[in-house]
Design a protein around this ligand. Structure first.
Ligand code: AQP
Length: 328
């Protein structure tokens, strides 16, 4: 971005994205979407640039029709989760071709060894073994670096699974600046204190992920409320029947406590006190009630907006604002 354009950006930017690889999960909400809305309320001197990361989505196989619907769902869910349309610059990543162009430049200054170390790549390779691993999946973090550096973003709110990618973004930005002169702002990561990694309800050693289509361990934001209650009630726990936080020995209960804590703002100590002497069934019912209360609100807001004009209007306004910035 040249100096003239940098001067035209009056306010610092908070930027983030969500991949439309499925219906966003409770993990995406607690680790990212909830935080975006909270930060938007607190950081009134910042502009919020949020994009639907469709180029990242196609690093694994997608059904075009479903992808289209998922893009719209993600855009509508940003709004349903509390982001204010007036202070939001919402856009579709693929509509700004400079993301891919700068991504190529970032590939040209990154090393195979750096990309091979990325945990998310290793996890996805393990999952996609039968379908084949694309080269775009391997270079995904260089595109993510471009997404962020392109706008000179100051802060990037993410869940903790994305922190390694953000570190790489900082390294690549610094490397580029050292080689070619000061060009990019080096961004900082904003990770939510509570809920930065929600685990799968059936396998609490594994992250809850939206691309796990049929998974009983994932809660999807648009899922019927009865099905959510069932999933929480059948979440894997342990035989101790005591609600206390111990991530190593009691990962299932600790995960449910993290969800409950994020939704109620109660500390783990307070939750332990609240459920002294209670069985897991009672605790799970309370967790399910808190999740259902939240998702009732989100789903009702989503239903109000998904088929109306608001999503298109916000996306049209968003692209008008980002295109002049990315051209320089
Ligand atoms: N389980 C999680 N707990 C907390 N935060 C999470 N995030 C993802 N999963 C959890 C955060 O959500 C934001 C958007 O993520 P993304 O869509 O860009 O990619 P992801 O991290 O790969 O998310 P998924 O749901 O696991 O997608 P798939 O299944 O397609 O790989 C990020 O800020 C992320 O940290």
């Amino acid at each position: 971005m040249n100096t003239e354009v940098k001067q035209n950006i009056k306010r610092p930017i908070v930027l983030s994205g969500v991949k439309p690889t499925g219906i966003p999960t409770l993990g995406n909400y607690l680790g990212a979407l909830k935080n975006f809305a909270k930060l938007q309320n607190e950081m009134t001197n910042y502009d919020f640039y949020i994009f639907v990361a469709d180029l990242h989505a196609i690093t694994v196989p997608q059904n075009p029709k479903e992808l289209k619907q998922n893009i719209r769902n993600v855009a509508a869910l940003y709004l349903a989760c509390g982001l204010e349309p007036e202070r939001l610059v919402l856009f579709l990543q693929s509509e700004v071709h400079e993301h891919a162009e700068l991504g190529y430049v970032m590939q040209s200054i990154s090393y195979m060894g750096e990309l091979e170390r990325m945990t998310q790549f290793k996890d996805k390779v393990a999952k996609n073994m039968t379908q084949g691993v694309t080269s775009a999946l391997f270079t995904y973090p260089t595109l993510m670096a471009a997404d962020i550096l392109l706008y000179d973003a100051k802060y990037v709110p993410v869940g903790d699974d994305q922190m390694q990618h953000l570190e790489l973004t900082r390294d690549l930005g610094t490397r580029f600046n050292n080689r070619f002169g000061n060009t990019f702002n080096i961004p900082e990561c904003l990770v939510t204190k509570q809920g930065s990694r929600i685990m799968d309800l059936q396998d609490p050693t594994k992250k809850m992920s939206k691309s796990e289509n049929e998974n009983k361990g994932c809660i999807f934001l648009l899922e019927p409320l009865n099905s959510i209650k069932k999933k929480i009630k059948s979440a894997v726990t342990d035989s101790e029947a005591s609600v206390h936080y111990d991530k190593v020995n009691k990962p299932g209960i600790s995960n449910l406590m993290t969800i409950y804590s994020s939704l109620t703002n109660k500390s783990f100590k307070e939750i332990e006190a609240e459920f002294v002497g209670c069985n897991y069934g009672t605790f799970k019912t309370k967790v399910a009630d808190a999740v259902v209360e939240l998702l009732t609100k989100i789903q009702s807001k989503y239903n109000e907006i998904v088929n109306g004009d608001l999503v298109n209007k916000v996306l049209d306004e968003g692209i008008k604002k980002v295109l002049p910035l990315s051209k320089n």
